[in-house]
Design a protein around this ligand. Structure first.
Ligand code: DGJ
Length: 742
């Protein structure tokens, strides 16, 4: 068992071969944090790490005694007041108006395995030996609330999953106002904070800054994890980099409003917190009821950022994603959105599919515009039945025709939304989230259905089920194209309105769960105007996500690079689209576009019949390449080598588990001339293994892993000279090297 409880000292030590997480029951009965990081040996006691001393201006817990002040004690799940002035992990408003709480240790339970979280996404184990779990029960007797802190340490991964459960066991009516999933007090503040932020079509750019005294945070109050910030942040030692040094990753397995925060206090303690954003949140904890927070996953690496990412990739690909598609390579798809937008006929769709089939594409996806009156974005959402004028034999007929071509068929839905111009809205105008007496903001002329209400989710489920059960649908793209602006439900009393954001997401999860249970063969891809809900919560239901609406390959380098810090290659939908690109009007070579998209769940978003014969040949080559290597690319160990945020050259590579195969991709965005000779130092290879290197079918020699990792792969190109037009690589130059060991 990898969790030890020392009865004498009241200390808990969770450990595996890589990490230790140590805490103790403090003198006042609350939980104190002692250590999290690289594994330390099992000691009799670590209580020396609990430091407190007498200082002027400290408020004291005990009369006539000095030094025991929570302001200077590192805690496990702190509350505000009672001598701690920092932002709290928990806040509960009581009937008498007080928010002071005091949760003290009652008992604990240690067991093999990991429990699921009802109604919520969470990492899981397949066998009990894969993890050990500690549940610490604390109680606030005065208000009658039990709080269970849940910790799971994975046996093979340097990761700890945490969440918290509350239960009201007395008669008071309470409002939980803050309930973070994770709080961790670290003993110093010598960290760089990395966040993954941006905007629509510019998601998850890497932004880094040194921690400072005070509060630094990112979050979302948009009802979705959002394009703006991702529910994932990193603390790294300033000396750490991609390949070495200490790094901690904090990931929330949740898709709604969130807060990720680091508060560096007056004594340079860093309090990290992650959970549902307390703003716009409260939960009415009625007598006898429970509240479970979402899960947060904490990863430690002493092998730099790549080490951290590789842990997240393995864990999220194999123990968060579920279902039949989890371990399968992803089909190469063609999506009609950028090819036609709303302007399509069945004939046109079949033509796109037919051409794509000839080139080797495996799945045809029909995007927005196939249902009800939907011929533009002003009507039809909410009415999930096919437009028979457009598709005379319905989705069933079209899907059969696509299958007859030898392809699988996929379909777009946006189940959480409604247009006012729809039968659903006309029948149920109160089914949208809207504040009484106030105007309703729209986004893309659409309104958000009140998924906190079961009858709404039921109605949408029934319509969707009807479309799917008759037809041959193998894939669903689940879109969500606006944020929530007036979060109010007509179905709940005033005191429960603070629950609606969370209940909404629980409704989304419920609908997902029902659909994946009813249609286990379907591959789900989540989408929210591109990457507006690319988070760990979604991966539990949909093993892949549309990474961004920005399909320009140069921009995608940054987006996919940033996304790769916590999400696996297999989860990133990545398509080749036309030039000039629809988002940036940029021209890039087809090879460059293909070489970027190949490092994701690969597909096309254009009408292949419009390409020249030479381009079609290139497409066939790309498809053949992806088919041959997707197992390695999607399931191999991924290393970031060179960052698009730091220069003109981006590079990454994947290595197979046995190290016998690797693929290195190097992308140069803008051309240069008379420049330096270049080498790319590789990682993860076998020192003594001899790798035969090929680029575009050309032999590039053979070198030992030790050479390629130390001296580097020579990647100078013709621009390191006075290049002639004929062999000038030009802008947007990409190179793929295949390494195969004997
Ligand atoms: C936004 C998505 O990100 C696009 O790919 C496309 O599906 C449109 N919505 C359709 O409305």
């Amino acid at each position: 068992m990898a969790i030890i409880y020392n009865q004498e000292t009241g200390e808990f030590h969770l450990y595996n071969d890589g990490i230790s997480y140590i805490m103790k029951i403090l003198r006042n009965g609350q939980m104190g944090q002692l250590y999290f990081g690289k594994k330390v040996p099992a000691e009799q006691s670590y209580s020396y790490l609990e430091e407190h001393t007498k200082r002027s201006t400290l408020s004291e817990v005990y009369e006539n005694q000095y030094g025991f002040s929570l302001e200077q004690i590192r805690q496990e799940y702190p509350s505000y007041g009672t001598t701690d002035y920092r932002l709290p992990a928990v806040e509960i408003a009581q009937e008498n108006g007080s928010r002071i709480t005091n949760f003290t240790y009652v008992s604990h339970r240690i067991y093999a395995g990991k429990p699921g979280l009802p109604g919520l996404p969470a990492t899981y184990v397949e066998k009990d030996q894969e993890a050990d779990t500690l549940e610490i029960l604390l109680r606030d007797e005065l208000i009658g609330v039990e709080m269970t802190l849940l910790y799971t340490i994975f046996t093979e991964e340097n990761a700890v999953a945490r969440s918290v459960k509350f239960r009201n066991y007395k008669n008071e009516k309470l409002q939980i106002e803050t309930a973070m999933s994770l709080s961790l007090d670290l003993p110093d503040a010598d960290y760089d904070w990395i966040q993954f932020s941006g905007a629509w079509s510019r998601e998850r750019h890497v932004k880094e800054r040194r921690l400072q005294q005070g509060v630094q945070s990112v979050g979302s109050l948009r009802g979705a994890s959002s394009h703006i910030h991702n529910p994932f942040v990193v603390l790294k030692r300033p000396t750490a980099d991609e390949f070495q040094g200490e790094v901690m990753g904090f990931s929330l397995v949740y898709s709604g409003n969130f807060l990720a925060q680091a508060e560096v206090d007056t004594f340079n303690v860093t309090r990290m917190m992650l959970g549902i954003h307390p703003q716009e949140f409260s939960w009415c904890l009625k007598p006898g009821e429970e509240f479970q927070t979402p899960e947060a996953v904490l990863v430690y690496s002493d092998r730099g950022l790549n080490g951290m990412s590789q842990t997240f990739h393995r864990l999220y690909r194999t123990r968060l994603a579920r279902g039949e598609w989890r371990d399968k390579v992803r089909p190469i798809l063609i999506n009609n959105w950028e090819a036609t937008y709303f302007d399509f006929t069945e004939e046109k769709l079949l033509e796109i599919a037919q051409t794509a089939k000839e080139d080797g594409v495996e799945l045809f996806v029909l995007d927005d515009g196939w249902f009800s009156t939907r011929r533009n974005d002003t009507s039809g959402l909410g009415d999930w039945w096919e437009n028979r004028d457009l598709l005379p034999e319905g989705i069933k007929g079209l899907s059969e025709k696509i299958e007859a071509l030898g392809m699988k068929f996929g379909l777009w839905f946006e189940l959480e939304m409604v247009n006012k111009d729809s039968e659903l809205y006309r029948k149920h105008p109160d089914w949208i989230l809207a504040a009484p007496g106030r105007s309703q903001s729209h986004g893309r002329t659409q309104y958000v259905l009140d998924f906190s209400r079961k009858e709404v989710v039921d109605a949408i489920y029934n319509m969707t089920e009807k479309v799917l059960s008759g037809a041959k649908v193998s894939y669903i793209k689940w879109d969500m194209n606006r944020y929530i602006t007036e979060c109010y439900s007509a179905a709940y009393p005033a005191e429960q309105q603070g629950e609606i954001f969370h209940r909404y997401i629980l409704g989304v999860y419920d609908l997902y769960e029902r659909l994946i249970q009813a249609f286990p063969h379907i591959l789900f891809e989540s989408c929210a105007s591109g990457g507006g809900r690319f988070d760990a919560g979604m991966l539990y239901y949909a093993p892949q996500a549309w990474t961004s609406d920005d399909s320009d390959a140069a921009e995608r380098l940054k987006i996919q690079y940033g996304t790769s810090f916590s999400y696996p290659v297999s989860s990133m939908g990545a398509h080749v689209s036309v030039t000039p690109n629809h988002q940036l009007a940029r021209m890039t070579p087809l090879k460059f576009r293909g070489d970027v998209a190949a490092f994701g769940a690969f597909g096309y978003e254009l009408d292949l019949s419009r390409l020249s014969e030479t381009e079609r040949r290139r497409v066939r080559e790309q498809i053949a390449f992806v088919k041959k290597y997707r197992e390695l690319i999607q399931h191999g160990t991924f290393f970031r080598l060179s960052s698009p945020f730091q220069g003109n050259i981006t590079a990454w590579m994947v290595v197979s588990e046995d190290k016998k195969q690797a693929i290195v991709a190097i992308y140069k965005v803008l051309n240069d001339v008379n420049c330096e000779f270049r080498r790319m130092r590789l990682h993860g290879l076998g020192d003594g293994m001899l790798y035969h290197i090929r680029e575009d079918g050309q032999d590039r020699g053979a070198h030992y892993g030790a050479e390629l990792m130390r001296a580097g792969l020579v990647s100078s190109d013709a621009s390191a000279s006075e290049v002639q037009v004929k062999d000038n690589p030009g802008d947007f130059y990409s190179r793929i090297f295949i390494l195969e060991a004997e």
